[in-house]
Design a protein around this ligand. Structure first.
Ligand code: FES
Length: 103
């Protein structure tokens, strides 16, 4: 079981996530408010920036939801990944406002 630190909606949440569950599903199971849409890699609502940690991103995804450039810059889809270590992640929305947020 890995630990996930998630910045979402200006708050910091900490929760556990196994290596077989996506950070999105683990958050939802623990009533943590993570942006969620299709849960299939198609909409991009769950886009996060990975600040620390190792993960495996499912290859099958929509390029509209997550571009190759975003992958190279450490973005991932929380619905299409599994952790390989503890993770420190922030929603793309919160990351865009990070100047105002203490990470
Ligand atoms: S919820 Fe739609 S891409 Fe993750």
């Amino acid at each position: 079981m890995y630990k996930v630190k998630l910045h979402a909606r200006g708050q910091l949440f900490e929760y556990s996530c196994s290596s077989t569950v996506t950070p999105l599903q683990a958050a939802r199971n623990q009533f943590i408010p993570i942006p969620t849409g299709c849960k299939q890699g198609g909409c991009g609502m769950c886009k996060i920036k990975v600040l620390e940690g190792e993960y495996s991103q499912e290859v099958i995804r929509s390029h509209e939801a997550l571009s190759d450039a975003e992958v190279e810059n450490g973005y991932a889809l929380a619905c299409c990944m599994v952790p390989k270590s503890d993770l420190h992640i922030i929603t793309a929305e919160d990351y865009a406002k990070k100047e105002k947020v203490e990470i």
